[in-house]
Design a protein around this ligand. Structure first.
Ligand code: ATP
Ligand code: MG
Length: 545
């Protein structure tokens, strides 16, 4: 597996060497307001891999300081996703567990003259804040006495005011060139039941106040976050300093990961789910970890993919192809290679005895003998892919079946197509073939070369199956087009056919020999396979089986 190596690792190395820190402690701090997506996987993998590479540890901390959006369902979903990726947090903490300490520290700031209760409305606060080019102006409530602030803040806590009526703000500098330092809000009033605290609190700390304190309380040494927090760092450091936290964590920002033709924002993913554009957070087209898992993508592939994208201080957008590449790499030797027919055409082998069934030996993976062999049935009636047959060979590159031509069936015999039977709609219903018993695969027969090799599924012994094939969820249109209008209406194709007889369990993964990698879907009402990734389009069928 790829080793993690990036600019943050270098910082950590230095901090250990200089004695600034004794051990590396990181945290992954998701807000439990949706499921994790593959962008989060970058943050998650980075935190866990870095700490691990220095013998340190990583906490999982649910950043649940906004009761309006959070839910227990997401807490459980996120835990499951992290385990699935193969990571084990040293501790599972909740930001809300620190509400008492955070409150005490706010009181401390009031006493130090560094925080005040402000009665301006949200709109007035932003008007007073100024712009990048103009300084802000002081709130008329900025010079309230410590005593008054203590009383008002306690009243806020005791539910004496309505939402939006008052907030607690830091008293820093309304003229600071960094707008985040222009008296940021530290606490606001929210009367919503919290998923863990119930109705105990009606004041909630803002991220910029809560997060540095949580990091300091937990002894986090390196607090990694995405680039948009870059100009919050000064505030982060201010909070830790003025609260006189014993432990001083360090915030480091890194670029976000985006993937083409998908959306990497929880808000939008939620919208897709709520507007029923997808079947849920675990829709196999979703970039959520739950969706990727259901699709059949392996945690190993996600880890290798994320590590290969590297890490820097710029946001990056990579092609979905790149993830697909790592999926194929991971499954190439692991997955059993079996045969399925997703768009079946019946073949009758006219010279094969009625009622006879042979069991032919097939390797489970030609490139990995350790996976062993299996027996596949073969009889007078089989199915092949409709697209593996045409009436007349179109050109010399065509390497499949046509009337008058002979192809090899994988692990079986050569068959020659002699005639077709049409149904009442004029569609080809059956192909009538003859087989040559001398040509059994492995017999060493080499008198004739077939016109290619094709797959088949026996028509008497098999499993009926549904096959889902996917295209990107979002069309490649302008980013400014409304998300719901970008949804690709053809992103989910359903096919019905047959697969080799077997005992298939949810998430079993296979390579369908000529087609792609598939996984058994979690809906067990009928046997369904999700296409994880197609085989490379450059895949050329070969003759040597
Ligand atoms: P979103 O913007 O999708 O709502 P978020 O950043 O609000 O995501 P959090 O739950 O706060 O979601 O994220 C937890 C961690 O994951 C944070 O450290 C965040 O910076 C990081 N993260 C989220 N999305 C990405 C991404 N696309 N690439 C890298 N890191 C990300
Ligand atoms: Mg966030």
């Amino acid at each position: 597996m790829e080793e993690i190596s990036n600019f943050i690792k270098a910082i950590m190395e230095n901090d250990l060497k200089s004695g600034k820190v004794k051990q590396i402690v990181t945290r992954f701090p998701p807000e439990p307001n949706a499921y994790l997506h593959i962008g989060h996987a970058r943050a998650l993998i980075t935190n866990f891999e870095l700490a691990k590479s220095f013998g340190g540890y990583t906490n999982l901390r649910f950043d649940d300081t906004n009761p309006a959006k959070e839910d227990e369902e997401f807490v459980e979903g996120i835990k499951k996703d992290i385990e699935w990726l193969g990571y084990h947090p040293a501790n599972v903490f909740y930001g809300s567990d620190y509400f008492e300490q955070t409150y005490e520290l706010a009181v401390k700031l009031i006493k130090k003259g560094l925080a005040y209760v402000c009665d301006l409305s949200q709109q007035e606060i932003s008007e007073y804040r100024g712009t990048l080019t103009e300084p802000g102006k002081d709130s008329p409530y900025r010079n309230r006495s410590v005593e008054e602030n203590l009383e008002l803040f306690e009243n806020m806590k005791n539910g004496k005011y309505k939402e939006g009526e008052k907030v607690l703000r830091a008293k820093i500098d309304m003229a600071s060139p960094n707008i985040n330092l222009r008296d940021p809000v530290l606490y606001r009033i929210i009367y919503t039941k919290h998923h863990r605290q119930g109705n105990k609190w009606c004041i909630y700390p803002m991220y910029d106040f809560a997060h540095p304190l949580q990091d300091a309380i937990e002894g986090i040494t390196h607090s990694l976050c995405s680039l948009e927090y870059d100009n919050h760092r000064v505030l982060y450091d201010w909070v830790v300093r003025v609260c006189e936290m014993e432990h001083v964590p360090q915030q480091i920002e890194f670029g976000r990961l985006n993937i083409t033709n998908t959306i990497m924002s929880k808000r939008y993913l939620k919208q897709l789910v709520e507007e029923k554009k997808v079947i849920g957070y675990d829709d196999p087209r979703m970039p959520t970890l739950a969706g990727l898992r259901r699709r059949g993508i392996t945690p190993e592939a996600i880890r290798a993919f994320v590590l290969s994208t590297g890490l820097s201080r710029v946001n990056s957008t990579v092609e979905r192809d790149m993830l697909d590449h790592f999926v194929r790499e991971d499954l190439k030797l692991k997955a059993k290679r079996i045969m399925a027919v997703t768009n079946p055409l019946k073949v009758v082998i006219t010279n094969y005895p009625e009622g006879k069934v042979e069991y032919l030996t097939a390797p489970n993976n030609q490139e990995n003998e350790a996976l062993g062999t299996r027996k596949i049935p073969f009889s007078k009636y089989i199915y092949i892919e409709r697209e593996d047959f045409v009436l007349e060979k179109p050109d010399k590159h065509y390497k499949r079946l046509a009337l008058g031509l002979e192809v090899r069936l994988f692990y079986a015999y050569f068959i020659r197509a002699n005639d077709v039977v049409y149904d009442e709609n004029g569609q080809i219903k059956e192909v009538l073939c003859t087989y040559d018993p001398k040509t059994l695969s492995g017999s060493g027969f080499n008198e004739r070369k077939p016109n290619g090799t094709i797959g088949f599924v026996d028509a008497t012994e098999n499993n009926e199956a549904t096959f889902n094939q996917f295209e990107p969820l979002l069309l490649d249109t302008d980013e400014n087009v409304d998300l719901l209008d970008r949804v690709n209406p053809n992103s989910w194709k359903v096919l019905h056919g047959f697969v080799e007889k077997g005992d298939y369990k949810v998430l079993d993964r296979f390579q369908f020999l000529r087609d792609g990698y598939y996984a058994v879907d979690s809906d067990t009402s009928k046997l369904t396979f999700n296409c994880i990734v197609p085989l490379k389009s450059s895949f050329k069928p070969s003759d040597n089986h």
